[in-house]
Design a protein around this ligand. Structure first.
Ligand code: AHR
Length: 523
């Protein structure tokens, strides 16, 4: 057994709360493993932007059609075409922002196809995702009204790959103009009087790949050109997002920052987690511990990626004006057997809950620059919050993690160090326990504790500087198997249950089950 110890609080705080494991061999231990957490209330970082809890909804598979939109005539209970069960679940989740319409879809999307009477909208082919027909029933009005209905900000991704700057400019005017322009009046005739608030606008998507196969230099130049024409009325806030790097393409970030930083408010990166290789990712369920550990290891890589992209951005923008948006992340497995090819429909298990929690904890450690993230995707696609099957719906373990983590939205992160045994499987060593601590606006302290080890519970002894805790309670998510998941027949197989710590002197002690995610409030 190997111990890991995090470096000193000061060093951790200096590196924006980075976790660095320094392995030290120790004697073999019996369960449960002893883990120590120290929270330093005087070492804070910029608040956790609530938009770190953002979602992504693309015209892909059953993400929009069936997942969100069933149409007014559907037998599935709906409000003006949006399914009621999904609306209620998303409202309950307090989704801060939704990115739409893609993804790869964005760079083939012609916005005019999706306005006006639905029966007259053109039918296109969704060439990226399954080659199925796209009815365009869900368009600009349907998306922006949906965002309002669930109380989320709109993040619209424009077409830089195959559209023109004029189309992009006119779309923006259609959505946001308060004038008597022809476009604003067309919007009014189509049923929306007041302009919508479109706070975030993405200039293209994955320009290095499905968005146009561009070199970074060309992408930077195109960004400069297209964004020039993306305008909102004076005084209306708008965040322009440049499409950025894939995974560890640091050159892409460097070139974009060097050549176009003055023309952007945020730069994106995309990173997906899969257990195997891109060609053979591995199944979403029915996997063994080797895939558990490789998935979590790959999820933890997010910290390195964010750290290195940030370092490049820091060189060009030491004031940290330009945000880093991780506007696509999450797990990507082999599709469920029998599902439509290209629909990216996958089950969601306790493993996904761990990936979600670890990723959110990482974003909490980089709030100096990471001000939005959008998990891919919201319903029925990749690491979804929600799965639907005709009239049935289930909430996934990932949904439950996002729900449990709500107190972190807008809270101030506190430095936390962890020491204890490492989790080892084969030649892979990971920290056994990962922690995030933050204080919300009312002054209440919240802790998120993740036990990555699927075999050993942890006894987590926690001290919080300057605080004598009286109690700590919240919820924990765990299950008997690595792939514990909900099904349409058994939708409550895995859901959070009550969890609390006990006070021992001025410390809190948590009996954290193996393979679990817990969030507690400290009083
Ligand atoms: O989320 C699925 C796809 O992954 C998106 O369309 C694309 O941007 C990324 O490659």
């Amino acid at each position: 057994m190997i111990h890991f110890k995090l470096r000193s609080a000061a060093a951790a705080a200096a590196s924006a709360f980075a976790l660095v494991a320094a392995p030290v061999p120790v004697q073999a231990q019996t369960s449960p493993m002893a883990v120590t957490v120290n929270v330093q209330t005087d070492k804070t970082a910029p608040v956790i932007d609530k938009n770190i809890y953002g979602q992504f909804a693309e015209h892909l598979g059953r993400g929009i059609y069936e997942g969100v939109w069933v149409g007014e005539k559907s037998r599935i209970p709906n409000t003006r075409g949006y399914r009621n069960d999904v609306l209620a679940a998303l409202r309950e989740l307090k989704v801060p922002v939704v990115r739409w319409p893609g993804g790869c879809f964005a760079d083939e999307y012609a916005w005019r196809d999706g306005i006006g009477p639905r029966s007259q909208r053109p039918v296109r082919v969704n060439t990226h995702w399954g080659g199925v027909t796209e009815s365009n029933e869900f368009g600009t009005h349907e998306f922006l009204n949906f965002a309002e209905m669930i109380g989320a900000e709109a993040y619209v991704a424009g077409n830089m790959g195959s559209g023109s700057p004029r189309e992009m400019a006119e779309w923006m005017e259609y959505m946001t103009a308060d004038s008597q322009s022809t476009l604003a009046n067309e919007r009014r005739r189509n049923g929306r009087d007041k302009p919508w608030k479109v706070k975030f606008f993405g200039v293209g998507n994955e320009s290095w790949g499905c968005g146009g196969n561009m070199r970074a230099e060309y992408s930077a130049d195109l960004h400069r050109r297209y964004q020039t024409f993306v305008k909102v009325p004076r005084g209306v806030p708008l965040v322009k997002v440049a499409t950025g790097a894939n995974v560890d393409d640091y050159n892409f970030t460097n070139v974009l920052m060097e050549r176009a930083r003055g023309q952007m408010d945020a730069l994106s990166i995309h990173y997906y987690t899969f257990p195997g290789s891109w060609e053979s990712k591995g199944p979403a369920t029915g996997f063994a511990e080797d895939k558990w550990v490789s998935t979590l290891k790959n999820a933890l890589r997010m910290d390195e990626l964010v750290t290195r992209h940030k370092a490049i951005m820091d060189r060009h923008d030491p004031q940290k004006r330009v945000s880093l948006f991780v506007d696509e992340w999450g797990t990507w497995y082999d599709q469920e057997p029998g599902s439509v090819p290209g629909f990216l429909y996958q089950q969601n298990t306790l493993r996904d809950a761990h990936v979600a929690a670890l990723s959110l904890n990482i974003f909490h450690r980089h709030t100096d620059r990471v001000r939005m993230s959008n998990i891919a995707q919201m319903v029925n696609v990749l690491q979804a919050m929600i799965l639907t099957d005709k009239e049935r719906m289930l909430l996934t373990p990932t949904y439950h993690v996002f729900h449990m983590y709500q107190p972190f939205q807008g809270a101030t992160p506190l430095a936390a160090t962890v020491s204890g045994p490492q989790y080892r499987h084969g030649e892979t060593f990971l920290p056994s326990v990962d922690v995030s601590a933050a204080r919300d606006a009312s002054g209440r302290l919240h802790l998120a504790l993740v036990n990555l080890d699927p075999n050993r519970p942890a006894q987590v002894t926690t001290s919080i500087s300057g605080v004598t805790p009286r109690a700590a309670s919240g919820r924990v998510l765990t299950g008997p198997a690595l792939d514990t998941h909900n099904t349409f027949d058994r939708p409550n197989t895995i859901q959070p249950v009550a969890f609390s710590g006990r006070v021992e002197g001025d410390r809190l002690v948590f009996d954290l089950p193996a393979k679990s995610v817990a969030v507690v409030a400290v009083d």
